[in-house]
Design a binder for this molecule. Structure first.
Ligand SMILES: [Zn+2]
Length: 409
């Protein structure tokens, strides 16, 4: 059985890990690790052009399963798995969930959507492999989520971080005291979130410790990188299966440890759809410092979400996660917000919509406090609209943080 300190491979000396990566890279792509920086990238556009099965290295008939990304920008990205790919994914999910504190016998309430989205099945497989008990609730029917959490006594909640807050609200709406629930762990991923949101979730669901999961369907789904429960400072990348680089989003040159840039992954063991230097579009940085938990795997820090989500407002680069970080530092703000982008003239304009934490909050004073904070940190004036409590649209999966009204304006 796995221990909380991690399996042997997770504690390999970096030199031995590099040797393993080198061997695997050579056998899958015929490339030497030293020459990786000169190898071509694979873009999301290449996956779209190859839609649906053009990048498969095996016949469709030998696939065990097909999943797809949500496809918010056009057609979904289809990924295939052989039996061996599913086995590796399951093992990696078991590893990540163990890292996040899940133990045999724990009740796992899985509120991730089951279907083409990898979040439902991925956590399901990992929980079963560990020997935990899965409750495959799937997303939606939020009132029922609250009832099942109370009646079945789920100890581990799996969902997006934004949906965890929606469930917490449903728990209160049902007249259930959140501290009477059995929740101990929250495994959250599928969208970028900040430590501020983590604190909010842990306040709303007392007793639960929230752990960040990162993944993308092009690699396997969740199971690419996860925080370790005791430290929760950066997400350990499963480097025996995924080679990670951080590159300059403009030039593509590899950046050094600690620099912020675009995360690029190479699969080292995938059979059905190996990808070389896949440009994720996600922004973050890497540290190779050994972690206090004993693991030697590199950690991703400062995950900001997709570069596509970056807004340029009067020359200033703004990520939704920047706004989230600032908003949640303001007293009396509820952890729900949306960024509305318009283009009244030649330039993009931004409006931040948020909610007061309760009906007793002075709305005008709150608006002024948030606007002042945004101006101090960005150097530009960003108007803020404080809606009624519940005024920001809730989501049962990935939250919609940016509302793009540029075409309409
Ligand atoms: Zn660690």
């Amino acid at each position: 059985m796995r221990t909380s300190a991690g399996s042997d491979v997770e504690q390999l000396p970096r030199s031995a890990l590099r040797e393993l990566q080198s061997e695997r890279l050579r056998s899958v792509f015929g490339i030497e690790l030293e020459a990786l920086a000169e190898a071509p990238f694979t873009s999301k556009a290449a996956l779209r052009e190859a839609y649906p099965f053009g990048l498969l290295r095996v016949p469709v008939s030998s696939l065990a399963r097909v999943h797809a990304s949500s496809g918010t920008h056009g057609k979904p990205t289809v990924v295939g798995y052989t039996r061996a790919d599913l086995e590796v994914w399951t093992e990696l999910m078991a590893r990540c969930m163990t890292m996040a504190g899940v133990q045999p016998g724990m009740l796992v309430h899985n509120a991730n959507t089951y279907g083409l989205f990898t979040g439902g099945h991925g956590f399901h497989q990992g929980a079963e492999r560990i020997g935990a008990t899965v409750i495959p609730v799937s997303g939606g029917f939020t009132a029922r989520q609250a009832m099942l959490l109370r009646d079945l006594g789920g100890q581990v909640l799996v969902s997006t971080p934004s949906y965890a807050l929606v469930i917490a609200q449903a728990v209160r709406d049902a007249g259930i005291d959140p501290s009477s629930l059995s929740l101990e762990l929250g495994l959250f991923g599928g969208e970028p979130w900040t430590d501020g949101l983590r604190a909010e979730i842990e306040r709303e669901l007392p007793g639960l410790r929230a752990v960040n999961f990162y993944g993308l369907s092009e690699m396997c789904g969740p199971g690419v990188a996860t925080e370790c429960l005791p430290v929760r400072d950066g997400l350990h990348v499963n480097e025996d299966h995924f080679l990670v680089e951080v590159v300059d989003p403009e030039t593509g040159s590899v950046l050094e440890e600690g620099s912020e840039g675009e995360l690029v992954f190479t699969t080292l063991t995938k059979e059905a759809m190996p990808l070389l230097r896949y440009r994720t579009g996600d922004i973050g940085s890497l540290t190779f410092e050994p972690c206090e938990c004993g693991r030697t795997f590199a950690r991703i820090r400062g995950l900001r979400g997709r570069r596509d989500d970056m807004l340029i407002i009067r020359g200033v680069n703004i990520y939704p996660s920047n706004v989230e970080y600032l908003l949640l530092s303001v007293e009396d703000v509820a952890p729900h917000y949306q960024l509305v982008v318009t283009r009244p003239g030649a330039m993009d304009e931004l409006l931040v919509q948020c909610e007061p934490a309760s009906v007793d909050v002075n709305v005008e004073g709150l608006r002024e406090r948030v606007e002042t904070l945004l101006r101090e940190h960005t150097g530009i004036r960003i108007p803020v609209e404080v809606l009624e409590p519940g005024g920001v649209q809730r989501s049962e999966g990935k939250a919609v943080r940016v509302v793009d009204r540029r075409a309409a304006s």
